[in-house]
Design a protein around this ligand. Structure first.
Ligand SMILES: Cc1cc2nc3c(=O)[nH]c(=O)nc-3n(C[C@H](O)[C@H](O)[C@H](O)COP(=O)(O)OP(=O)(O)OC[C@H]3O[C@@H](n4cnc5c(N)ncnc54)[C@H](O)[C@@H]3O)c2cc1C
Length: 332
């Protein structure tokens, strides 16, 4: 598209515990697109706490915030939110619509792509202006290639790869002051008959942080030998207040469920420290930890590919080493 009249619209989630990291990264990507295009930044904030998030988003440079906090929205996330967004996009005609790579962001992007009949570029790592057109680089083939895309039609719809854009730092509620921009309620319509309805959301990981948010992750591979060994690694995770992750081999074997899987067909994580225990470091695994700040690898094989990306490597038996680390950390 050669004309860029509309705003950049970031669609983001809020939650009872504050904005997820993916939301703050999407807002960061929104700022980058806004700077490239020289247009206003708008955001559509959905979920519990959206109004509070809107106040802080406005204080940090958004010019307009649309808020959806209704119970219907929570119960029928995908369909109801998409209808509200389609209406918003038709009315405000944004040049760009940016979503996060979270499960909900991806679902929404797919639904919007169909409803708006525009192309969607998932997993973008950069947006910029080239000869008057918005251009994005996105990861493909598990991160082994970067594809450059342009859109033929507005809005340019994209999701941002996890861990690439530095999360924006929003001011605290009491520091945000009176918002300079406007907060507008999204018109959320009734659910169309026959759509799925969410009846409950139950956290499955207990007190352990979700790996999408965790600052430290302990991750296990097939080399640990069997599911009966997992408590050893849970012990280290709990001592560190870390999340627990796994390679696909572990998930395929049924030792942990898919929510733990990191990699091309799993989740992307961006912790400060990723502790890879008995994981070989296949490329499909490494793509999921590309945004990890520091990688510590424990592997019996000194030639294991994981050591090529590790900041700290320990050649040895993880079943022997990990309990010793846990015990040393627990020592008063
Ligand atoms: C299309 C496609 C998508 C894929 N998506 C993913 C994905 O999302 N995530 C993913 O992880 N994989 C994915 N894979 C699979 C990937 O190619 C590897 O097969 C997988 O990551 C291997 O898991 P692993 O490292 O746990 O097991 P292995 O490759 O079997 O490695 C086990 C490692 O443990 C070490 N070891 C053994 N015993 C010990 C011990 N006692 N202490 C310390 N180290 C020990 C070994 O030296 C070895 O390096 C995908 C593959 C394909 C084809």
């Amino acid at each position: 598209v050669s004309e860029m009249p509309g705003p950049v619209l970031v669609v983001a989630q809020s939650s009872a515990s504050g904005p997820p990291r993916a939301t703050l990264e999407a807002l960061s990507a929104g700022r980058a697109a806004q700077a490239a295009l020289g247009v206003p930044l708008h955001c559509a904030l959905l979920g519990i706490g959206a109004r509070n998030l809107a106040v802080t988003a406005l204080a940090s440079g958004c010019e307009q915030a649309y808020v959806g906090e209704s119970a219907d929205l929570d119960a029928h996330w995908g369909s109801v939110a998409t209808s509200a967004l389609v209406e918003l996009v038709s009315r405000t005609r944004p040049a760009v619509v940016i979503l996060s790579d979270s499960e909900q962001g991806q679902e929404m992007a797919a639904r919007l792509s169909v409803r708006l009949d525009v192309g969607c570029a998932p997993h973008c790592v950069q947006v910029r202006l080239e000869e008057g057109r918005l251009v994005a680089d996105r990861r493909i083939h598990g991160g082994r290639f970067v594809e450059t895309v342009v859109w033929e039609r507005m809005p340019c719809l994209l999701t941002v790869a996890a861990g690439v854009f530095a999360p924006v730092v929003l001011p605290a509620m009491d520091m945000a002051g009176a918002p300079s921009g406007a907060i507008v309620d999204l018109s959320v319509e009734e659910l169309a008959a026959g759509e799925a309805r969410r009846v409950a959301v139950t956290p499955r990981l207990g007190a352990r942080p979700d790996i999408a948010e965790a600052q430290v992750i302990v991750s296990v591979g097939r080399g640990i030998g069997g599911p009966e060994k997992i408590p050893l690694f849970e012990g280290l995770a709990d001592t560190l207040g870390a999340g627990l992750a796994a390679s696909r081999a572990v998930v395929d074997a049924g030792w942990l469920d898919h929510s733990h899987q990191v990699g091309q067909t799993g989740r992307s994580v961006a912790p400060q420290v990723y502790i890879a225990c008995a994981i070989s470091g296949a490329v499909q695994h490494l793509v999921g930890i590309a945004a990890a700040r520091h990688i510590l690898a424990i592997n019996t094989d000194p030639e294991a590919p994981i050591f090529q990306v590790a900041d700290v490597g320990i050649v040895g038996d993880a079943l022997d080493i990990v309990p010793k680390i846990t015990a040393a950390l627990e020592r008063p």
